[in-house]
Ligand binder design. Structure first.
Ligand SMILES: *[C@@H]1O[C@H](CO)[C@@H](O)[C@H](O)[C@H]1NC(C)=O
Ligand SMILES: *[C@@H]1O[C@H](CO)[C@@H](O)[C@H](O)[C@H]1NC(C)=O
Ligand SMILES: *[C@@H]1O[C@H](CO)[C@@H](O)[C@H](O)[C@H]1NC(C)=O
Ligand SMILES: *[C@@H]1O[C@H](CO)[C@@H](O)[C@H](O)[C@H]1NC(C)=O
Ligand SMILES: *[C@@H]1O[C@H](CO)[C@@H](O)[C@H](O)[C@H]1NC(C)=O
Ligand SMILES: *[C@@H]1O[C@H](CO)[C@@H](O)[C@H](O)[C@H]1NC(C)=O
Ligand SMILES: *[C@@H]1O[C@H](CO)[C@@H](O)[C@H](O)[C@H]1NC(C)=O
Ligand SMILES: *[C@@H]1O[C@H](CO)[C@@H](O)[C@H](O)[C@H]1NC(C)=O
Ligand SMILES: *[C@@H]1O[C@H](CO)[C@@H](O)[C@H](O)[C@H]1NC(C)=O
Length: 427
């Protein structure tokens, strides 16, 4: 409690200093790179993933290294291996810091920055996809501010980004009604990666995991992006997430295979994705070759799925990817990221498609205009929050949340960078 209070005071103090010193007109908030962002997240924690050397770095402008395992050999080879192939590539280290533990810890700040520098990264990403309390959000803001100040001390400019929930407002969290600290986000981060997927955690009916549109609920990528823009984050600081995983279910009755059909379990674990209820794009492609597989693209929500026997899988097929790229350019977002690139097929088909579509849109749509500074109009008005919570959808038996990839490996990482944190982490 005392710590929380202290954090709030620190936050208020920092915030008032920030407002005085760093207040900038809207157009200066966008310190844009020469090229817009085509990013990818790389998960490091499985030997069933394609090797780092198989990645073609020219498909991306930025690659994130995440899920640090106890084997740090790939941490040190990641940047050198990829940059030797494409020196223009930028790499970032993505962490999920325990904000309640690390917020006031100088050693943590310093050892993190040392890890970034020692392993040839160009920046740091702080991932907080599913904040659970007000103090966690405040600590996140303080941590962003402290890293921002700390990174500005480095002689080499380093990037600072955050990876966040699909919407500015956190739905269905334990304490309800939480919002991200958008002013700190706009002033201190180069951009945010908006995780526009994984809208439903558990469900007993088939659902789309990452539809672009959904007129009947707030669980859509377009809704989430709009909420960030409405909250004051300029579109040029938004990078939209495209999932390379599918969400799989076992149907109750294989003849009932439409959207909203009853399901009895998560789909079976696959070799690469290694998670029940989840499938890599490469695995989906393999299963689609089956004669029984039926593929469906829904052009209203911009989502796709396939079923085969009693298996039902929601995923982003190539049509969905193209439409989402179109959306990111139409609303003048700063780019997209793929999550995770390990799940692409051996030809990196989705990465290639997304990259080419984005470059084409960029040259036709952005370059002819006066840069990125003009904020896009929000695609549509957000309904008032109380309506959202009272909407018929909130009655649904759907629980939302995130696929969590990182918790355990990250703990191992913290154990490496400082044995003394161990006790505090085991709480
Ligand atoms: C798959 O997941 C299990 C835990 O569910 C883990 O023990 C195993 O090492 C994983 N396999 C790979 C190849 O990562
Ligand atoms: C952290 O790094 C800064 C800048 O290099 C230095 O001034 C400070 O003393 C360091 N703090 C700790 C606890 O090592
Ligand atoms: C499965 O659905 C079909 C079509 O609606 C129906 O005819 C059949 O009786 C159902 N089977 C079971 C076991 O409920
Ligand atoms: C889903 O579960 C809820 C209870 O959690 C139940 O009321 C509802 O009927 C179930 N729907 C189906 C399609 O089984
Ligand atoms: C969606 O598909 C239907 C049926 O194929 C078609 O009539 C309609 O024009 C399509 N809508 C859009 C927005 O593409
Ligand atoms: C990859 O590309 C090669 C050559 O174009 C093709 O033969 C192969 O089927 C492709 N593999 C996948 C998984 O798409
Ligand atoms: C739902 O609506 C009722 C009145 O329509 C209101 O009193 C209540 O506070 C709303 N609930 C939430 C969570 O906003
Ligand atoms: C919501 O759930 C309540 C009880 O759980 C039920 O009485 C009400 O009819 C439901 N509303 C809708 C729109 O499904
Ligand atoms: C999904 O929901 C279940 C049940 O509420 C919960 O135990 C689990 O932790 C959730 N998973 C994630 C990844 O949030």
């Amino acid at each position: 409690m005392a710590q929380a209070l202290f954090s709030i005071l620190l936050f208020l103090l920092l915030f008032s200093v920030v407002t005085l010193v760093f207040s900038t007109p809207q157009q200066n908030q966008c310190n844009l790179p020469n090229q817009p962002i085509r990013a990818g997240f790389y998960l490091s924690n499985s030997n069933h993933y394609p090797s780092i050397s198989s990645i073609n770095p020219s498909l991306y402008t930025h690659l994130y290294y995440t899920s640090i395992s106890s084997d740090t050999s790939s941490l040190s080879i990641f940047s050198p291996t990829l940059k030797s192939k494409d020196p223009s590539l930028k790499t970032l280290l993505s962490l999920t810091p325990d904000t309640l533990v690390f917020v006031e810890d100088d050693d943590f700040l310093n050892s993190t920055v040392e890890t970034v520098l020692a392993n040839g990264f160009d920046g740091l990403d702080l991932m907080l996809q599913y904040p659970i309390s007000r103090s966690e959000v405040i600590n996140f803001a303080v941590l962003i501010r402290r890293f921002h100040i700390r990174l500005n001390d480095e002689s080499r400019p380093l990037l600072l980004t955050a990876t966040v929930y699909f919407s500015n407002h956190i739905f269905d969290g334990p304490s309800g009604g939480l919002d991200y600290p958008t002013s700190i986000i706009s002033s201190d981060l180069d951009w945010i990666n908006v995780a526009s997927f994984g809208f439903y955690n558990s469900t007993n009916v088939t659902v789309f995991d990452a539809p672009l549109y959904d007129k009947s609920s707030h669980f859509s990528a377009s809704y989430g992006i709009t909420s960030w823009i409405d909250a004051g984050v300029p579109p040029c600081k938004l990078v939209m997430g495209l999932p390379l995983y599918g969400r799989s279910y076992v149907l109750k009755n294989k003849s009932k295979n439409s959207l909203g059909a009853p399901v009895v379990a998560d789909g079976p674990k696959q070799r690469v994705s290694n998670h029940t209820g989840m499938m890599a794009y490469s695995e989906i492609e393999g299963l689609l070759l089956d004669n029984d597989a039926v593929f469906v693209y829904d052009n209203t929500t911009v989502a796709s799925y396939f079923y085969s026997g009693d298996m039902w899988v929601s995923f982003d097929g190539v049509d969905v990817i193209k439409e989402k790229i179109e959306f990111t350019s139409k609303y003048r977002l700063q780019g997209f990221f793929l999550w995770p690139i390990n799940y692409d097929n051996s030809n990196y088909t989705v990465s290639t498609l997304a990259s080419e579509a984005w470059i084409e849109r960029f040259s036709s749509c952005y370059e002819n205009n006066d840069g990125f500074t003009q904020a896009a109009a929000a695609p549509f008005e957000l309904p008032p929050i109380h309506e959202l919570f009272n909407s018929s959808k909130s009655n649904k038996t759907l629980k939302k949340g995130y696929m969590k990839f990182h918790t355990k490996p990250l703990k191992q990482y913290y154990e490496q960078i400082g044995q003394k944190y161990q006790g505090r982490l085991s709480k």
